[in-house]
Design a protein around this ligand. Structure first.
Ligand code: NDP
Length: 480
């Protein structure tokens, strides 16, 4: 059985309490590892290591930091298969996805921010007529906290850590208790890349104890969090009176809006992906599909035909399209929404059942599920399910669909399928979302601002936005 350890001050360590939590393998439901049940004291040790490393790290040259980040990136690429296998096993995602997306993107995060920091400039303002010049210093904050979820474990963990350390901060980070494995493996790579001890400290454990100790630590000055909206609200409540800087990337209930004039085949193929990639456990998945009435029946037949072809299988098999959901409680939550949909008059067009795979009977498999709903007001159109479940319904006019798309508390992303340029401009102006994709989905450029509005989050990460978040700006005014 694998025993995961914390990574504090450049060393692997057991939790002080010597208490451990079982870690499950979603594909067979068996315990296959144990992780530290870290306490406030472990977080304190991580903080102490970080604050000790800060004076030297924050003064290191940009070139030196950049070199280390790029080295981490290269080592992740060299170890791609090992990391992809660990991610797939720990999360239940198909190995093909971990190999093509999760681990390459984790490597890109380090490379991108290793380069970005060397290009991060600040402004100066000449105060004409007052004989003065103002310039802005962008200084690292100090010790920052990074807390990430289970759906894209290393991908999202590194999305925070890389800009934080690139900007000169030292970090206390906590990956999800459900998927700690790749964050644990990262420790070896950090050592090999020569990251000075204490710059990045990884504490494993429960959100309610280890996570809580990070967010309420008086000297951890900023928190970058990705996770559920209710956890985000809790973090804001704790952190706001302490005046911490906060970046919250939260849940989504994203509309996928399909007009009759779209490139149909492209739309169909991408919609299967935007509905069910990673078992639908991506905050950006288009879980509410709205289809223009004139092509609704055709879409329904074609979409369901394609969804039925998806192969549900063991995550380690290269032919698997749909792996296991991340945990038993999560599987139960998703199944409960399918029951709610039925109670509220939704029609299950395909899927809806747990799947028992031969030899892996206790794995958390679920059929990709398409529900036809009559109204946008139903629970399955209003609440985040975060599983392989999408709803479909027709619409008549652009105004109607815009109203339905926006009538939800979330505002993370939206997709529009159309070849009408004026419509894309009108709609992307009016859609309440942090990201709008036109005729594509999840096409990411790491320079762009990333984040949501409404209950999908506060603040933006990505590109220079992340470097701005992880620095404090200071104006210096010189009179001459
Ligand atoms: P959670 O909010 O349950 O957990 C996220 C992280 O927060 C975990 O590491 C968790 O630890 C930790 N945590 C829980 N309670 C606390 C606390 N009191 N103090 C500090 N940390 C705490 O989210 P999930 O892991 O279930 O992830 C799924 C959610 O993430 C979905 O809502 C999804 O939409 C959202 N998400 C948003 C994205 C975005 O960019 N907007 C991207 C990806 C996901 P532990 O695991 O131990 O509970």
């Amino acid at each position: 059985m694998i025993k995961i350890q914390n990574f504090i001050n450049g060393k692997f360590e057991n939790p002080i309490s010597d208490e451990w939590i079982d870690n499950y393998c979603p594909s067979d439901g068996e315990v296959y590892g144990q992780i530290p049940n870290s306490s406030k004291q472990d977080v304190e040790n991580a903080y102490n290591a970080a604050i000790e490393a800060f004076p030297s790290w924050s003064k290191s040259t940009l070139e030196a930091r950049s070199r280390i980040l790029i080295k981490i990136s290269e080592l992740l690429e060299t170890n791609l298969l090992r990391f992809a296998e660990a991610e797939s096993k720990n999360n239940g995602k198909p190995i093909s996805l971990a190999k093509a997306i999760d681990i390459p993107r984790a490597a890109s995060n380090f490379r991108f921010f290793g380069n970005a920091i060397t290009q991060f400039a600040s402004e100066s303002h000449e105060s004409i007529g007052q004989n003065a010049i103002n310039y802005t210093l962008r200084q690292p904050i100090g010790v920052v906290g990074c807390i990430s979820p289970w759906n894209l474990p290393l991908y999202l963990f590194t999305w925070k850590i890389a800009p934080a350390i690139a900007a000169g901060n030292c970090v206390v980070a906590k990956p999800s208790e459900v998927t700690p494995m790749t964050a644990y493996l990262l420790g070896d790579i950090l050592k090999e890349a020569g990251l000075p001890k204490g710059v990045l400290n990884i504490v494993h454990g429960l959100g309610s104890t280890a996570g809580q100790a990070i967010i309420e630590h008086p000297n951890i000055k900023a928190i970058s969090f990705t996770g559920g909206t209710s956890t985000g609200a809790h973090i804001a409540k704790v952190a706001a009176p302490m005046f911490k800087k906060l970046s919250l990337e939260l849940g989504g209930k994203n509309p996928n809006i399909i007009f009759a004039d779209c490139d149909y085949d492209d739309m169909l193929e991408t919609t299967v992906r935007s509905s069910f990639a990673n078992q639908g456990q991506i905050c950006l998945c288009g879980s509410r599909i709205f289809v223009e009435a004139s092509i609704y029946e055709r879409f329904k037949i074609d979409f369901i035909g394609k969804v039925k072809q998806l192969k549900i299988g063991h995550p380690s098999e290269s032919s698997t399209d749909i792996g296991a959901l991340v945990s038993k409680p999560h599987l139960e939550k998703v199944l409960s929404y399918i029951d709610i949909a039925k109670d509220e008059g939704g029609k299950i067009l395909c899927g809806g059942n747990r799947v028992t795979l031969k030899d892996y009977e206790n794995g958390y498999y679920l059929e990709p599920t398409v529900i036809e709903v009559k109204t946008n007001d139903c629970s399955v159109n209003q609440e985040e399910i975060f599983g392989p479940v999408v709803t479909i319904m027709p619409f008549e006019t652009e105004d109607d669909v815009l109203e339905m798309a926006n009538k939800v508390k979330y505002g993370l992303s939206a997709t529009i399928w159309t070849n009408n340029l004026k419509r894309t401009m009108r709609m992307s102006n009016k859609l309440q979302a942090g990201i709008v994709w036109i005729n594509t989905w999840m096409l990411r450029d790491l320079r762009t601002p990333f984040g949501g509005i409404k209950v999908s989050g506060v603040g933006r990460e990505g590109g220079f936005e992340a470097l701005r978040f992880f620095t404090e700006s200071k104006n210096v005014c010189i009179k001459y």
